[in-house]
Design a protein around this ligand. Structure first.
Ligand code: TRP
Length: 336
């Protein structure tokens, strides 16, 4: 028989529940996850174990995890098409992580720029988990034989490490893991801080005017857009190098209106930044409103969220447990 059944490629991504998501998280990650669900077999994970590499307030971590799930669902990720789960609900990740840690070199882990950055930022808590974080992330990915991993620029080094560890394991034992590729969505816009448009929008920014939260109300969004740092030439033109602030606002306007940069430039020709910023704020607030309504509705429905997570954990564990058994056997752990 010449019939070939083409398997959909598998995609996996994760996001840490370290606070309310920003518009940058939405545009750069979650929104794209929703779009990828048809084309790929998708798994989306709330990486709560990764969040523990930085000290968390327990009650807040719990709340943020639930909120993260609700936001992912509100943004259009459909649990009947994708597996949505919390990392700690699938213990196989930590089991594989140990094996992969034993197959990661001190030298390569030491070279991770995020480890160096975070160690510098939290000198009082340079813990072992911060160091082995990439082995856990490798486990998240390799345990499902994910083909593609949508990640931001800051995670590409970790993805590269996952590939190296997979390759090393495959060579040392036998072909086991798929080598994952990074996936940059076509409309993979990176959203910059409103206060300093040369830096990525981040919820840990000390200046709250730098980011828009997914839960910000219309007045707050309009105010933050009005205060956004731009330049003094008064021309709405897309030029990220010379005009990072204006270009960032144009990107956001484009995301919510579907217009390209030329159309946006034409639309605001001869107008000052005042009306442009107002328009950007309006489309963001109006675009977020239905997501915010869904978010409140889902967050209030505890039974529904619990069911989604139970189903997600069961579905993910079925796949992940099988891989751990295979790997345990290969490395010589005695089977019961
Ligand atoms: N480390 C990622 C971040 O902070 C989150 C993450 C954890 C992840 N495991 C993953 C992303 C697996 C992609 C695949 O952004």
């Amino acid at each position: 028989m010449s019939e070939t059944i083409e398997r959909k490629k598998r995609i996996l991504s994760g996001i840490q529940p370290t606070g309310t998501f920003t518009l940058g998280n939405y545009i750069g990650a979650i929104r794209n996850w929703a779009k990828l669900q048809d084309e790929f077999e998708s798994l989306y994970m709330i990486a709560d174990l990764h969040a523990l590499t930085v000290r968390q307030v327990p009650a807040e971590l719990r709340r943020h995890t639930r909120e993260a799930v609700a936001m992912v669902l509100a943004a259009g990720i459909d649990p009947s098409r994708s597996l949505v789960f919390v990392q700690s609900h699938v213990p196989a990740h930590t089991q594989l992580s140990w094996i992969l840690t034993c197959n990661s070199q001190f030298g390569e882990l030491s070279r991770m720029t995020q480890f160096k950055d975070k160690s510098a930022k939290h000198p009082d808590n340079v813990n072992g988990g911060l160091f082995t974080y990439p082995s856990l992330m490798a486990a998240d990915i390799l345990i499902y034989n994910a083909d593609l991993v949508p990640v931001g620029q800051d995670q590409t080094q970790h993805l590269e490490l996952a590939r190296n560890v997979a390759q090393r394991f495959n060579n040392a034992y036998s072909p086991t893991f798929t080598l994952p590729e990074g996936y940059v969505p076509k409309a993979g816009a990176k959203i910059m801080s409103l206060a300093d448009p040369t830096r990525k929008m981040s919820k840990s920014d000390t200046n709250v005017n730098g980011f828009i939260l997914m839960t910000d109300d219309k007045d707050t969004i309009l105010r933050k857009c009005k205060r956004a740092v731009t330049d003094s030439d008064g021309i709405v033109r897309f030029d990220p190098a010379e005009k990072p602030g204006v270009s960032n606002l144009m990107t956001m306007y484009g995301v919510f209106t579907g217009k390209d940069m030329a159309a946006i430039q034409a639309e605001f020709e001869g107008q000052g930044y005042g009306s442009f910023k107002q328009a950007v704020g309006e489309v963001i607030a109006d675009g977020l409103a239905p997501i915010q309504n869904e978010y409140s509705r889902i967050l209030a429905d505890k039974a529904y969220v619990d069911q989604v997570l139970a189903d997600g954990a069961a579905g993910a564990s079925r796949l992940a447990d099988r891989m751990v058994q295979k790997v345990y056997k290969k490395v010589g752990l005695l089977q019961l």
